[in-house]
Design a protein around this ligand. Sequence first.
Ligand code: FAD
Ligand code: SF4
Length: 528
Amino acid sequence: MNFRPQSRPRHLVLCLGDQLDARSSAFDGFDASLDAVWMAEVAEESTHVWSHQARIALFLSAMRHFRDALRAEGLTVHYRQLDHPDNTGTLVLELSSSVGLLRPQRLILVEPGDWRVQKQLKTAALELGVELEIRPDRHFFCSTAEFAVHAKGRKQLRMEYFYRELRRKTGTLMEGDEPFGGQWNYDADNRESFDRSGPGQIAAPVAFPPDKVTREVFVLVGRHFAKHPGNLARFDWPVTPEQARKALEDFIEHRLPLFGKYEDAMWSSDGEMMPRPFLYHSRLSAALNLKLLDPREVIAAAEQAYRQGRVPLASAEGFIRQILGWREFVRGIYWYFMPGYLELNVFKATGSLPSFYWTGQTEMNCLRQTITQTLEYGYAHHIQRLMVTGLFTLLLGVKPQSVHEWYLALYVDAVEWVELPNTLGMSQYGDGGLMASKPYLASGKYIQRMSNYCANCRFDPAESTGGDACPFTTLYWDFLLRHEKFLGKNQRMAMQLKNLARLDPPQRKAIQQQAVHVREGCSASTAV
Ligand SMILES: Cc1cc2nc3c(=O)[nH]c(=O)nc-3n(C[C@H](O)[C@H](O)[C@H](O)COP(=O)(O)OP(=O)(O)OC[C@H]3O[C@@H](n4cnc5c(N)ncnc54)[C@H](O)[C@@H]3O)c2cc1C
Ligand code: SF4
């Protein structure tokens, strides 16, 4: 039995699936003789978006490991398993029944990563008549209140200035008031692609084969979520802080040195069905988002590797910028603009997500590779997400909220505070520029430059019309034509619009007709 009504705790510390950190503020003042921890596995969190099986398994396995670690430390943990016969399937009902049984004086919670969950829990506490104390999330360098101060009165929010503030505040990669190397940002050095021979041998990331706890979770996922996308065959994610630390060390040692140089490159192995999914990326996002890893530890390890001469500055800075810059920035954006942010749709896009996003069955090789890999691993790296799957839905005109639900469902690292601004803001420009200074727009030629996808594709990225036309290239020009007036207000779009102006009326018409065919193909069948 999970619950013990006779032991009435003073404080009941609520621990959500992405709050697996025993050093969090929720545990400040925790008295093991008076207080208890509460955790619940609920189906709702896997079904409100149609979650990937690996995402479900990762959360449940990490939660169970965390529970066991707390119990080993002598803490009382009231833990509701998903397969408990009385499990109601929702956080609110589970909490209601526990509060009824345990009658704690107060509930304690660290700020959740999801506006929806925060609202649900606040409302539930109110209705139950129990005090709910929400404590700040110390995992992050910048609190939501500090971000609000940063944002207030600014015409534009830009990651770069925010990032510099955090570099100064934390002293990361700083020499006094100056950035190491005299430059804040080495992004220009971080855009190389592989030559024809490809990436060569990259040390495979350290793998964590499923242990007993994870295998039990697999059985549960098989029983309750078998129809969900993806599978568990390749599951080897870190599920404990110890494993996450090993993954960090392995990355710093073997892949950080070339991370910066190749962070935008994409590659699939010739003749193999599966692409090389991780390349030089760290695959630490899920461990960070579940709070198995502290970002301070990650940044310190990267900085130390640079100081010891083991990695170039462009790699260390490029990697640190993703965590200290982008990760903190998107969280700030999320909490500053929610709940209205979720509804934004500046291009008024209403299209549906093509069905091949759930199968990978399309003739477009870049999309086939990226989606197949996503279904296999629950992972694709940033440029695959931004410039392949995200770019295509933007160009096609898919409703950003549908795109958001797909990303939230399919990636093992998906938690709404980080996924939503990246999807709706950065990738779909649905927020009209709150996140990014201009839409990330490109034709198939960008994908050709950054990958080998086009070499193995039946389409030609240089063509926008005709039988071989690359759908990305067609839709790119069509997008500029459809939104020329709106985009014309953005100085940073000047070059792309200048190129558009070179198209004569017959070319424009032919592109628009071809775009209609692409759209019809996307809505009618899976094999565009
Ligand atoms: C459409 C879209 C959706 C995304 N959804 C998510 C998501 O649900 N969860 C998530 O963690 N990231 C998301 N990202 C950001 C980024 O793609 C992933 O963090 C990254 O690919 C994870 O792989 P990695 O750990 O190997 O990252 P690396 O490339 O090794 O980067 C190192 C770390 O930096 C952080 N990071 C890098 N880029 C970003 C970014 N843009 N925003 C926030 N943190 C960043 C991550 O914690 C990551 O682990 C999304 C990006 C896009 C374009
Ligand atoms: S040709 Fe177009 S569809 Fe094919 S891989 Fe390249 S970008 Fe993708």
